[in-house]
Design a protein around this ligand. Sequence first.
Ligand code: NDP
Length: 376
Amino acid sequence: GWRSVCSRRNVCSSPSRLQSCMSAWVIDQYGTNEVLKYSEDINVPTVHSPSEVMIKVHAASLNPLDISMRGGYGAKLLKLRRDPMSVMDNDSEFPLILGRDVSGVVVDCGSEVTHFVPGDEVWAAVPPWKQGSLAEFVTLTEYEVSHKPKLLSHTEAASIPYVANTALSALVNAGGLCRDSSSNKRVLITGGSGGVGTFSIQLLKAWGAHVTVTCSQNAEGLVRGLGADEVVDYTAGDVAEQLEMMEKFDVILDNVGGEMEQLAMGMLKPWSGAKYVTLVTPFLLNTDSMGLLDGTFHAGFTLHSKAIQNLISSGVFYRWGFYAPDGPALDEVSSMVDAGKILPVVEAQFPFTQVPQAFQKLEDGHARGKTVVRVT
Ligand code: NDP
């Protein structure tokens, strides 16, 4: 069945007809890679509110979160965020579409959308509580969307939004850094060779910071090429020993977690506002295992007690970093990309027919930048 979606609104002149079903990779249950299913009868996510923008997906990319969500990670909290009043007839989150990055073209806009018109090339990071981008179409709020960099192909552009929104939220909101305050700052990025790391190195170098990175020996060329000033090979003996010989840091962005968390505290400048920001947080694991209320309480308690303890003992701030949807932040990244200050780092590309292989690639670990899926 075909029906006209755009004829109601004069802002949308083309295309005038949209299909009602689309193809997408979905899951109907949580599990390993076998639960990923290709389907051609998924409802097209049409524009339902005046501030929504519907995008034809050209490329999507994968994040570690897609692997976790495929296995049910965050299900309790994300379901609540999707349907806070439990008003949906069907209280199941399935069929669930994964994929958090999109680069594509606007095909329809709500009546109050002011920044976009059909035909615009856009990019965005899809919030985890919304249906993802491993589909022909995705619909987002205008605030989450941004004009894509002109210099990049859709495949290149899809590698950036989710890690960019995460890195900016972590470095700016939690780390207290910004374009104008970074030039005299020493920043340590652990796990510098992955998606968040390769983006963060370039952003911080563009802001003038001094950047030290931990990564495997065979990623040294990559991170140095992106601008890293100093590189510590964590596979060559004691990483703490190597880092402790260096001057202390103003900000640490931790993409690795685990024992790094304890070690990092001693590597920050004491009593000078230095901040440790970790992206590896137990928040959604807590809400999954303990339920929403207890999980949130427990996570809040953990964060609070670690923050107090570190402030009292070493005069450093301990913080959790989170992805946050932010189209205007992507606008800034878009101009940095077009100015040649930030390059996409696409390690692997897969056609839409090979989404399970793309997940497998990510699951095998050792990312060197991003894995992208070409949807159109
Ligand atoms: P990637 O998988 O793209 O990158 C991880 C990188 O870390 C790989 O290059 C890996 O390469 C390297 N690595 C692994 N172990 C170590 C180690 N001990 N020391 C240094 N490097 C190491 O992940 P992302 O960059 O996308 O994300 C980073 C982390 O942040 C993930 O845990 C992710 O779940 C989390 N995250 C959290 C968000 C939030 O909202 N809280 C949002 C986005 C990400 P190799 O193994 O070869 O060394």
